[in-house]
Write a protein that binds this ligand. Structure first.
Ligand code: CA
Length: 217
């Protein structure tokens, strides 16, 4: 999953980027509203974490212009006493909000929930063949036994699982699994796919030649 974090407080931006990368997200950042809007309109993010008080273009205006073109989920960060912002934000198409200062665990949980809802997934568990994916704990198990995956392997499997039943193109996978700082070597995706196949069996991820990948079962 790929996030955009728009926040002008450098320390907070840095710590949010670190924490979400640790969770396996690909993360782009923007330090003002104009840069944020540009990125939001030019990449396909799974969620945008958007501070309301921003230089150059405030979060509300960014949200308004984004909604004219895209349905990307938005999680607003608002000030404690700014009830009006929260109401305006939700009415303006934000998917959820958090009041500053917030607990990191809560931010991560809300992110997962917003992304899940947007992809039409109501529960946090997905069965794939003989495997079970736990979207809250970000773990995979088989018959109750944990299967060790790297953060990237997990992210790839999770993305395919949330889009199960359809073929996901390589372009889409690149866009959602790697961020603006990742080297976009074309063989990188294949490496992760073949590692997953070695761990989970060759048949779980099907290659649709010329189209992309899909999950079996
Ligand atoms: Ca701010």
């Amino acid at each position: 999953m790929r996030l955009l974090i728009v926040e002008d407080e450098a320390d907070l931006l840095q710590s949010l980027a670190l924490a979400t990368r640790d969770e396996g997200y690909a993360v782009d950042t923007a330090a003002d509203g104009e840069e944020g809007l540009y990125k939001a309109l030019h990449s396909d993010y799974d969620c945008i974490v958007l501070d309301v008080m921003l230089p150059r273009l405030n979060g509300m205006e960014l949200l308004r212009r984004l909604r004219a073109e895209r349905r990307t989920p938005v999680l607003l960060l608002t000030a404690r006493d700014a009830t009006r912002d929260r109401v305006r934000g939700l009415d303006g198409g934000a998917d959820d909000y958090l009041v500053k200062p917030f607990d990191l665990e809560e931010l991560l949980a809300r992110l997962r929930a917003v992304i899940r809802r947007h992809k039409g997934q109501t529960t946090s568990r997905i069965t794939v063949g003989e495997y079970e994916l736990n979207l809250s704990a970000r773990t995979l198990s088989k018959a109750g036994q944990a299967v060790a995956l790297t953060a990237r392997e997990y992210s790839l499997l999770e993305y395919l699982a949330l889009r199960r039943g359809s073929v996901v193109s390589r372009t889409e996978l690149y866009e959602h699994l790697f961020d603006e700082n990742d080297e976009t070597l074309s063989n990188l995706l294949d490496v992760h796919v073949s590692k997953l196949r070695r761990k989970l069996g060759a048949d779980l991820i099907e290659t649709r030649r010329g189209m992309g990948y899909s999950l079996a079962g």
